[in-house]
Design a protein around this ligand. Structure first.
Ligand code: FES
Length: 105
């Protein structure tokens, strides 16, 4: 079952929502996933993951691959946005400023 973890962090779109969109609307191109609540139209960080999910769905997979750990995924997005000097569009969720806690207890 696809995860409820956010795939598009800018617009709070979960992996499950994208997978359901693929199943129901059967887009012909990965770029059509932008019609799924605007997935990929913010900072662009999630676009490679959207493309991977689209390819996996096209190949007939029953579920998508797991995403990276959510805190790592969010931190990688923060670094991407900062390094690219991106300005997020209106309505997009701001990036987290703190790196994930990688300590093991
Ligand atoms: S995380 Fe999807 S566009 Fe920013």
């Amino acid at each position: 079952m696809p995860s409820d973890s956010p795939l598009c962090l800018c617009f709070h779109i979960s992996q499950r929502k994208v997978w359901n969109y693929l199943r129901i609307h059967q887009p012909q191109r990965a770029s059509q996933l932008s019609e799924c609540f605007g997935a990929g139209t913010g900072c662009g960080w999630c676009r490679p993951y959207l493309e991977l999910m689209f390819q996996r769905w096209k190949a007939g997979a029953l579920q998508p691959d797991d995403l990276p750990v959510p805190s790592e995924y969010a931190w990688q997005r923060t670094q991407y946005v900062q390094e690219e000097g991106l300005v997020l569009p209106p309505g997009a969720t701001p990036t987290d400023d703190a790196p994930p806690d990688r300590s093991t207890h």
